[in-house]
Write a new protein. Sequence first.
Length: 141
Amino acid sequence: MHTPTPPARILPAVDMDTLPYWTGGKNGQLLIHRCGDCAYLVHPPVPFCPACDGRNVAPVPVSGRGRVTTFTINHKPWVPGLPVPYVLALVELEEQADVRLVSNITHCDPAEVTFGMAVEVYFEPVEDLYVPLFRPVERLA
Ligand SMILES: [Zn+2]
């Protein structure tokens, strides 16, 4: 089967639940679904709360700060236009450790990425979406 050439960044399939996550960057906000009844953060976003079974779930802005839980350095040019090596990581949010976002770590040498490294979100506009990516938190000297 012929596979068409993918774009520089493979865009997610976006639906009503995931749209806020992929577009909040337009306003500089990382939007994560939050339960209005028990305050549990729900990610990946679904319209109910796995903690209390409530339906009072809606996207709210979070700090965008977190830590690298695990990562791999990809050296293979799977995606044309995306330079290698790049870092594919799971980032746990400051607000709730079991909210783990699949993203890339940029703005540093891949060899400098460590487990537990503090990172912060920024957004890369791609077509109609704002892809949440992470970079090291600037440390004050
Ligand atoms: Zn809940």
